[in-house]
Design a protein around this ligand. Structure first.
Ligand code: URA
Length: 212
């Protein structure tokens, strides 16, 4: 099966903000702000294909048929805890009526496998287009586990949105879920021996919440 595309979001604002996030001296407050801003910019890119409908409206000067989002396309954003929350906040600024799901997964420090500890989705997920947000695709284990679970609910569509991906993680994802389009701001060099992305930006959860 031919894999769905990997889209690199190379918009200069995204690239600039990502570089600021990578810098070790960037404070927790600044890191959080930047991740939220990038979340907004990524939301803008990944929703390009949303269908529009035309509605008759009245401006102060004239009547016109004006484009609006077609209401039959319902979105849900699913955040992979805990780092997904940083991107989610920005995406919700642009799409305030999107429903939100959460999947709690932690990485077993020895096996690097994803272990699920929380799972909550909107009740009508089978009628929704799902955007999964997980800033770092390292081994790809968390994203694969999240997709395995989400597919059980047969949503209308699934897209995976991240900030930085490792080639190893992308390969793994495309092997296990070749049908899923992936959007990322960068593909970095490789994983280190603890499965962190190099050069990467460190542990996103720790940098987002100041836990280290
Ligand atoms: N998760 C992170 O937060 N950073 C990495 O480099 C890999 C996984």
């Amino acid at each position: 099966m031919k894999s769905a595309p990997i889209t690199i979001i190379d918009h200069p604002l995204v690239q600039h903000k990502l570089t600021l996030m990578r810098q070790v001296e960037t404070s927790t407050a600044k890191f959080r702000q930047l991740l939220k801003e990038i979340g907004m910019l990524l939301a803008y890119e990944v929703t390009r294909d949303l269908p529009l409908k035309y509605e008759a409206i009245q401006t102060p000067l004239a009547r016109m048929d004006a484009p609006m989002l077609a209401s039959d396309k319902k979105l849900a954003i699913v955040s992979i805890l805990r780092a997904g929350q940083g991107l989610l906040d920005g995406m919700l600024e642009l799409m305030p009526s999107a429903r939100v799901g959460h999947i709690g997964l932690y990485r077993d420090p020895t096996t690097h496998l994803a272990v699920e500890y929380y799972f909550k989705l909107p009740h009508d997920v089978e009628h929704r287009e799902i955007l999964i947000v997980d800033p770092m695709i390292a081994t790809g284990n968390s994203a694969v586990a999240a997709l395995d679970r989400l597919k059980e609910y047969h949503p209308q569509s699934l897209k995976l949105i991240c900030l930085v991906a490792a080639p190893e993680g992308l390969k793994h994802l495309q092997q296990e879920h070749p049908d899923i389009p992936i959007f990322t701001a960068a593909v970095d060099d490789r994983l280190d021996d603890r499965a962190y992305i190099l050069p990467g930006l460190g542990d996103v959860g720790d940098r987002l919440y100041g836990t280290k």
